[in-house]
Design a protein around this ligand. Sequence first.
Ligand SMILES: Cc1cc2nc3c(=O)[nH]c(=O)nc-3n(C[C@H](O)[C@H](O)[C@H](O)COP(=O)(O)O)c2cc1C
Length: 341
Amino acid sequence: MNELARRLGIDFPLVQAGMGGVAGVALAAAVAEAGAGGVLALYRSRPDTIAACVRQMLARTSRPFGVNLIPELMDPGALLEQVRAVLDAVTRPVFFVFYGLPTTAATTAIARSGCELLIMVGSVAELRTARKHEPAGVILQGTEAGGHLLGRQPLERLVAEALAASGGVDLLAAGGIGGGHAFRTLYNEGVAGCVCGTLFVATHESLAHADYKQRLLDSGPEDTEITSVFEVGWPGRRHRVLRNRLTAAAPGAFPTTFIGFTNVAGVRHPVPRYSAAIPSEHTEGRIDEMAMYCGHSVRGVTAIVPARQRVETFVAEFRGCFPEALPGFPVQSDGGTRWTS
Ligand SMILES: Cc1cc2nc3c(=O)[nH]c(=O)nc-3n(C[C@H](O)[C@H](O)[C@H](O)COP(=O)(O)O)c2cc1C
């Protein structure tokens, strides 16, 4: 459809955000199969877990897909090991999506492999640094975004400044994009692609806890706020979440005791109050007190739907027609929808 989509090997330049605890193989594969960018959240995963996840993806879809890593959560050596674990496991090119600026060692290994690279940034200064890694695209994250925030500018202002400073690199937008119409406006201004998170939390394949999905359905942008309270495990970075009694109180107002348990790869871990971890379908306890990351894009969440439907609706909105206006939509029986116009 455009050069960015061509480089990533996808049909439409919508990329699902890698989201720790939410974006596993089921979600990433479903999005990839629908022709958009499905992305596996690898977060703090160890190399052996990474290799296993990548192999599962390769078995689930023949479409290209992405892998998401977060440099600031790993020391440089461990980040390079994560990258190598991906590269050793893949049998065809994937694309890497870094949250924040990666190390040169990591991007050099990726460039040598022939895989593509996207880097998410929060400011024009970071965009300039990101360009030095020669990525296929740089993702601009505005403060309307759900999850941890890289910068301090709303998307529109960041995009306007970044378009003037792009130096020819393709730009993607993230944060508060609630549907294809919103992306269409950005696209018309010169943005090549977009990254959506919250919209994909609210899908059947997302691993988010059912109560979290329900709260997305019941909430609007005004129910989100930027806070720093969910800092256990990821201190020092503000995040946009759904309001709850922890965000309403002063930081540390409640004791940091365990409020639940979560299962990760078959191991049961206690969840402390103020943990940065999201409540997943493997979590039990005081779900309402946990970190439910949510962007202004929640305005586009009107139902919990299959990921394929989320993609198809988004593309139809982008093209200026509503799903109901398309006879037979969204049924796509061949699994190989093409968005060529
Ligand atoms: C539940 C949730 C978890 C997230 N986890 C990650 C993550 O692990 N890695 C990452 O790069 N970004 C993560 N993000 C941020 C997204 O990359 C993206 O910036 C954001 O979702 C865009 O805003 P939107 O939610 O309004 O679409 C997360 C976002 C959400 C909502």
